[in-house]
Design a protein around this ligand. Structure first.
Ligand SMILES: [Zn+2]
Length: 556
């Protein structure tokens, strides 16, 4: 009896396996062929888009800007292809793709096409709304005592004035943009939500995160963890900050108002602990220092610098960025380097992005030859960028001697710590506000904003204030659902740094230690987007992303 059952079940199982294998083979073949066609179309469009954008940023001419706009439009248009999307969807729905590299590619390419599957009428309506709102921001000038003032002028007053009356006037003047755009933003938020709902998401916030490969619950959990770990330390520092300002303005700490914090949103820390870093860089060449430093880690950047544009030019973009033109080694950075600590930090930062791209694994397919997530490349850039004001690093690069390093070490660390904690609390407000706004745009957003500001930044809402102050931050309207990545980048930077100085090198500045380069290449750069970002982090550090190390570095 037993024997018969066994034979029967074997007979029944074998064809089942056989049909599974062929189904899997069939679907993987279908996907492989899709990807072959996809790469043939996308790679030239991608390169052209990257290259024309680079040129436009260098020259700033209308002709180059138009070329760039056209190229990026063509690239984006590929992802609106319904036939291609349906083919991908059929393959994905079959759940038959088992090969790990193929199924990862499927997931990433599917998300890109899914984002493109929206009625073009809805998209163009959204773009129109965004353009209109952008115009309002661009044309807005705060009015101070009947005189127009730019954002820089407002920031200037907030930073330097000692008069409570002038500070209040400047702060309130800047907030005048709120009521001008708030209604439009709520309409735009609803339009974005409509687009997201058509694609099967609850709202635009959820869609943005999910399509970029982030699970909102996972991100919120990290923000909660970070809040728990930083709250007490921040409350303590906030007392120091308040005492500092109370003295500065000659008032009582409990009389401090949001306009007393030297910038529009309290997103930067006050300069309580001052070190004049610029004086050390006056006679230095930041590009040369950075090149020597990365070379010492075994991450030579000569090929990147040879293709880059490092110094100021008329018409050129005044900021800095890094770009991977072809995912085959043409990596570039645009900068406007001057001998200053700011540009030392920036070039270290940009070359951090650069080495991440440059040292990818060329045997991976095109789609996977990129960072695990935007915030993971941000974390590498931030980890290296922090060194510019790190006395241990400066000493290791012979910028200062041991005695000077010891003199400034305490203040340098305290200043960085303050900056990190202030920024982390501000990013909490941004992340949680956007999440709330998209989940219910009809609620009392003015109140939601101030509740968050009071809770996370521990600022006091001016008595009786009921204005759309949330709408004064342009990112809320025009760079939606992205801000949290800056903070995730900082959190991962600390986790990687802590892992490296515990397991890879004894040198706190890494200087000259090739083991660090080998580690980063093998564990972070070469895997590209082969793994879900949190799996990559776990493989690289033994733990999923956690705020523990950020807290260790900046709280204790
Ligand atoms: Zn960056």
């Amino acid at each position: 009896m037993k024997k018969i059952t066994l034979i029967l079940s074997i007979v029944m199982i074998i064809p089942l396996f056989w049909s599974c294998a062929t189904r899997q083979e069939k679907m993987e073949k279908r996907l492989t062929s899709f990807i072959k066609d996809y790469e043939a179309r996308i790679i030239p469009l991608y390169k052209n888009s990257a290259l024309t954008s680079w040129n436009a940023n260098i020259t700033g001419t209308d002709a180059d800007l138009q070329l760039s706009e056209k190229a990026s439009f063509k690239l984006e248009k590929e992802y609106t292809d319904v036939k291609a999307f349906n083919e991908l969807k059929a393959i994905r729905d079959s759940k038959a793709v088992a090969d790990p590299v193929l199924s990862r590619e499927l997931e990433l390419v599917y998300n890109m096409y899914l984002g493109g599957q929206v009625d073009t009428a809805l998209i163009s309506e959204r773009l129109k709304m965004e353009t209109e709102i952008n115009k309002k921001y661009l044309n807005f000038r705060a009015s101070i005592n009947g005189k127009e003032a730019s954002d820089n002028q407002v920031e200037g007053i907030l930073k330097t004035s000692l008069s409570g009356k002038d500070l209040k006037t400047a702060w309130e003047a800047h907030k005048q943009i709120g009521p001008v755009v708030a209604g439009d933003i709520v309409k735009l938020v609803k339009q974005r939500n409509l687009i997201a709902q058509k694609l099967g998401f609850n709202n635009y916030h959820e869609m943005s995160l999910k399509l970029s490969g982030q699970d909102p619950a996972e991100v919120t959990a990290i923000f909660d963890e970070l809040d728990n770990l930083t709250r007490d330390a921040f409350a303590g520092l906030k007392k120091d900050i308040d005492n500092f300002y109370a003295k500065r303005y000659n008032i009582k700490p409990e009389e401090l108002q949001p306009w007393h914090y030297q910038n529009r949103y309290f997103q930067e820390a006050p300069e309580i602990y001052t070190v004049d870093f610029d004086k050390y860089y006056k006679s230095q060449d930041p590009a040369k220092l950075a090149a020597a430093y990365y070379d010492g880690l075994g991450l030579n950047v000569d090929a990147i610098l040879a293709n880059s544009d490092l110094y100021e030019k008329p018409g050129k973009n005044q900021h800095a960025f890094s770009t991977d033109i072809d995912r085959e080694g043409d990596v570039r950075t645009l900068d406007n380097i001057t001998p200053s600590s700011q540009w030392m930090g920036t070039i270290l930062h940009e070359l951090g992005h650069g080495v991440y791209s440059y040292y990818n694994d060329r045997s991976l397919p095109f789609t996977l030859r990129t960072e695990a997530h935007t915030f993971t490349t941000e974390s590498i850039a931030e980890m290296f960028g922090r060194f510019a004001t790190d006395p241990a690093w400066m000493q290791s690069m012979n910028i200062i001697d041991e005695k000077e390093a010891a003199t400034i070490a305490d203040n340098a660390h305290k200043a960085l710590r303050l900056q990190m904690l202030v920024f982390s609390r501000w990013a909490q407000v941004m992340y949680r506000f956007e999440k709330e706004m998209y989940s219910n745009p009809d609620q009392d957003l003015n109140q939601v904003w101030w509740n968050l500001v009071e809770k996370y930044q521990m600022l006091r809402k001016p008595e009786g204030r009921n204005m759309p102050d949330w709408a004064t931050k342009i990112h809320v309207a025009l760079y939606p659902c992205y801000y949290h990545n800056y903070l995730l980048g900082e959190v991962l930077a600390s986790q990687l740094y802590s892992y490296i100085v515990t397991n890879v090198t004894k040198n706190p500045a890494f200087t000259g230690d090739k083991a660090v380069g080998i580690y980063l290449k093998e564990k972070v750069f070469m895997p590209g987007s082969r793994y879900y970002w949190n799996d990559m982090i776990e493989k690289a550090t033994g733990e999923k992303l956690t705020a523990k190390y950020y807290a260790k570095q900046f709280v204790n």
